[in-house]
Design a protein around this ligand. Structure first.
Ligand code: HEM
Length: 296
């Protein structure tokens, strides 16, 4: 084999070896077992919800236009200017802050000699865990023709905002006058005299919570509990493949050294060839510019 051919062969072999070393470090995804997050539910043991519905609406009902009134029943009460509900049931997740708290009791507004007939009952506060909550109420209401147009269980009437960070595990939650706005469902309940997004009276909520009983995180290697485990396929981190790089570098040094030795040997051989001592071959040789020149 000619020196140049040997050089090409050596380079090709090194390239194949180096790529074989590099591939396993980058192309494989490693499956890992993760566990479900621990959850811990804090049971609501007591508390109170206070809400005035909407000051302007109360004024309208009790004023000369509607000539109406309101009645509370089934556990709800009224003390100017707030309706209140007590004895809640529900629970809050200590980890996520999500939860649901329900109260019993109704408020019945009437006016315009019975044409206006709005009943809201059994409020539920659904905590979203993101600093907001939904105020749900069983709702019945007429339109201005006296026809029943809203009759819904747990209708989403108000969006409560500005809860901030709750800490149910502390045993108590106190929320004072959280801003609350009307939803589109709520607008229909008020005869569409208000628009979605209009301000309602703020919601105040105080809760007592029992000890938070948890469901611990599942161990990774528990085969019996594998139904709760989540298999996540994670790409390995893009670590620098030091070993293949080092081997490649050493190989390049060896190749360079070999090439130098071959070139030096070739030059020597060419010098001897001028004296007619080069061994004969059947392939053309390249000159210094890479041009092939026919063999003697
Ligand atoms: C005989 C039928 C009714 C008549 C004549 C009537 C009349 C009126 C009038 C004159 C106003 C004042 C409007 C203004 O200030 O721009 C008003 C306001 C209002 N009405 Fe009625 N209404 C009727 C039925 C209803 C019904 C069925 C509802 C459903 C709940 C309703 C809910 C409201 C509300 C929410 C307001 C706005 C109160 C405020 O914040 O000022 N009305 N209504």
């Amino acid at each position: 084999m000619k020196p140049m051919k040997r050089l090409v062969t050596a380079v090709a072999a090194t390239a194949v070896t180096a790529s074989a070393l590099l591939v396993p470090a980058t192309a494989q995804a490693a499956p890992i077992l993760a566990t479900t997050a621990a959850s811990s539910n804090c049971v609501v043991t007591g508390g109170e919800l206070k809400w005035g519905v909407k000051e302007g609406f109360r004024s309208y009902i009790s004023g000369t236009i509607a000539n109406g009134s309101w009645e509370v029943a089934d556990g709800a009460s009224y003390e100017t200017p707030l309706f209140s509900w007590t004895n809640p049931t529900g629970q809050i997740d200590a980890e996520t802050g999500e939860g649901s708290i329900s109260f019993t009791g109704s408020v019945h507004f009437t006016g315009h000699e019975g044409v206006l007939n709005l009943q809201i009952a059994n409020p539920t506060i659904v905590l979203g865990g993101d600093g907001t909550a939904q105020l749900l109420l069983d709702t019945k209401s007429n339109n201005a023709q006296g026809e029943l147009v809203v009759d819904e269980q747990q209708a989403y009437l108000g969006k409560v905002e500005g809860f901030g960070q709750l800490d149910p595990a502390s045993g108590a939650i106190a929320l004072d006058k959280a801003p609350t706005v009307l939803t589109s469902d709520g607008a229909a309940a008020f005869g569409d005299f208000y628009a979605s997004g209009d301000e309602l009276d703020p919601v105040s909520l105080s809760l007592q919570l029992g000890p938070c009983e948890g469901t611990p995180a599942k161990p990774v290697d528990a085969p019996d509990e594998a139904e709760d485990a989540v298999v996540i396929t994670q790409e390995p981190e893009a670590a620098v493949p030091i070993l293949p790089i080092a081997i490649g570098a050493i190989a390049l040094i060896v190749i360079a050294a070999t090439a130098v030795m071959l070139i030096v040997g070739r030059k020597k051989g060419a010098g001897q060839g001028a004296d007619g001592a080069v061994a004969g071959g059947d392939e053309p040789e390249a000159d210094a510019e890479g041009n092939a020149s026919p063999q003697d």
